[in-house]
Design a protein around this ligand. Structure first.
Ligand code: ATP
Ligand code: MG
Length: 383
C-alpha cells in the first residue's frame, strides 16, 4: 500500500497543503512545533477517520476555521483510489473515489497504516482498554466485518447494562428479555473471540523471530487474556462458559448494573520468558517489544492483504542504540513505504537518508529533495 499524495485543507496548522510522497522512505525534518507529527496524524485520520492523539476530532480543525478536509490517493494492488475525510463541528463524512461511504466500518480497512509513535509505549504501560483498542484497530484493518461485530457487541452491552439497572429498581421485570439479549451477546462474542484468538496466534508465529533479530532475546510472546481460560478458540466450550457466567453472575450484575464478563474486559500481555514485560522488562526493552510488535503487524498484514500498510514513524530513532537501529532498518529496507519525522537528520541512518525523499519544514513552507524512483524497492528476501 502506498500513499501517493495528500491534500490538507484547514487541518491543524495547515491552511492548505499538497504533498507528493515517494514510494519508499519519506523523511520530514523540522524544529519543534512546525507540524511534522500533524502530517503523520493526517495520514492516520485519512486511514482510520479519527486521531491517535489525545483530544477529539474538533481539535483537528484549524482554530480559525469551521471544517477540515483530507484527501489522499492510495495505491493498493495496482489500483489507485481517492480517499477523503471531511470533518466539521457537527459531522464527519468519508468518501472513496468521491462516493460517500455511509458506514465508517466500510471505509476503514481499505487504506491502512501502522504507526510507531512515542505514545505507543502505552501498549505495554497503559490500561487494558488501550490494548483492546489496539486489537480492534489491528483486526479491523485486516477484516472490516470484525469492527461491525464490535460495534454490535457494544450496543448490546449498553442495552444489557441499562436493563440490569432497571431490574435492580424493579425486580418484577421480564427476565426473558435479558435471556434474549444474553443469547445475542453470546453469538456476537463468539465472532469476536474467534478473530482475537486467530490474530494473537498469528502474531505469535512472527513476533519471537522479529524480537530475536532486533534484540537477540528469545521467547517474546503475546498472551490473550480473557476470562475463559482457554488456550484456543473452541465454539462449544465458549458458548457453555458464557452461559454459565451469565447465570452465575446475575445477582451481582443486577446490584452493580453492569456486565462483569465478556470481550469488553479482554487484555493482552507481552511476556518475555513467561514474565510480564510491563513489570519485568527495562524501558529500552519495552520500546523494542513495541517495535517488534509493530513489525510483526506489518508482516502479518502483508501475509493476509498481500501488501504492507504504510508505516508512520514519529521521531522514534533518537533514543535507540545504533546496533538495534540497524536491525530495525533492515526491515524498513524491504518493500514498505515509510514516513518518518525527525528534528535532526543525524538521528536517521545515512543509508536511509540517501535513498529517501526529504521534506524540510520551515516557517510554514515545505521544501523537498530526493525521492528518485526505482532507487530501492527490491523485496528483501530475508523477511
Ligand atoms: N487545531 C489547530 N489549529 C492550528 N494550529 C494547531 C492546531 N492544533 C495544533 N496546532 C499547532 O500545530 C503545532 C504542533 O504541530 P506538531 O505536533 O506536528 O509539531 P512537531 O513538528 O511534530 O513538533 P515536535 O518536533 O515537537 O514533535 C503547534 O504549533 C500547534 O500550535
Ligand atoms: Mg512531533
Amino acid at each position: 500500500m502506498r500513499i501517493k499524495s495528500l491534500k490538507l485543507l484547514n487541518f491543524r496548522n495547515y491552511k492548505e497543503l499538497n504533498l507528493d510522497f515517494f514510494e519508499g522512505i519519506n523523511i520530514f525534518i523540522g524544529e519543534n512545533g512546525v507540524g511534522k507529527t500533524n502530517i503523520l496524524e493526517a495520514i492516520y485520520v485519512l486511514s482510520l477517520t479519527k486521531s491517535n492523539r489525545y483530544g477529539t476530532n474538533l481539535d483537528l480543525i484549524n482554530h480559525q476555521e469551521e471544517s477540515t478536509s483530507l484527501i489522499g490517493e492510495v495505491d493498493y494492488l495496482d489500483y489507485l483510489k481517492r480517499y477523503q475525510v471531511d470533518i466539521s463541528k457537527n459531522s464527519k463524512k468519508v468518501y472513496i473515489n468521491n462516493q460517500e461511504i455511509k458506514r465508517i466500518t466500510d471505509y476503514i480497512s481499505n487504506f491502512c497504516v501502522t504507526t510507531f509513535m512515542p505514545s505507543d509505549i502505552d501498549i505495554i504501560k497503559g490500561s487494558p482498554s488501550t490494548r483492546r483498542n489496539l486489537l480492534n484497530i489491528q483486526i479491523g484493518e485486516l477484516y472490516n466485518n470484525y469492527l461491525k461485530y464490535v460495534n454490535e457487541y457494544n450496543s448490546l452491552l449498553k442495552i444489557r447494562n441499562d436493563y440490569l439497572k432497571k431490574l435492580n429498581i424493579n425486580g418484577n421485570m421480564d427476565f426473558k428479555y435479558l435471556e434474549v439479549i444474553d443469547q445475542k451477546m453470546i453469538e456476537i462474542s463468539l465472532k469476536i473471540y474467534y478473530f482475537r484468538y486467530f490474530y494473537v496466534s498469528e502474531i505469535n508465529k512472527i513476533i519471537p523471530v522479529v524480537f530475536k533479530k532486533i534484540t537477540n532475546i528469545s521467547n517474546l510472546q503475546l498472551e490473550y487474556v480473557n476470562n475463559l481460560n482457554l488456550e484456543n478458540y473452541d465454539e462449544e466450550k465458549i458458548k457453555d462458559l458464557l452461559k454459565n457466567k451469565f447465570k452465575k453472575n446475575l445477582n451481582k450484575e443486577i446490584i452493580l448494573g453492569m456486565t462483569l464478563n465478556g470481550v469488553h474486559r479482554d487484555d493482552l500481555i507481552f511476556k518475555i520468558n513467561s514474565y510480564d514485560a510491563k513489570i519485568y522488562a527495562s524501558e529500552g526493552q519495552q520500546k523494542m517489544i513495541v517495535i517488534a510488535y509493530k513489525i510483526s503487524e506489518l508482516l502479518l498484514f502483508k501475509k493476509i492483504k498481500k501488501e504492507y500498510p504504510v508505516l508512520l514513524l514519529d521521531d522514534v530513532f533518537s533514543e535507540i542504540d545504533v546496533k538495534k537501529r540497524n536491525n530495525i532498518i533492515k526491515y524498513l529496507k524491504s518493500d514498505i513505504q515509510v514516513i518518518i519525522t525527525t528534528n535532526d537528520i543525524l538521528n536517521i541512518d545515512k543509508s536511509l537518508v540517501d535513498e529517501a525523499k526529504i521534506f524540510k519544514i520551515k516557517n510554514g513552507n515545505i521544501k523537498t529533495k530526493g525521492g528518485v524512483k526505482n532507487v530501492r524497492r527490491k523485496s528483501n528476501k530475508s523477511l
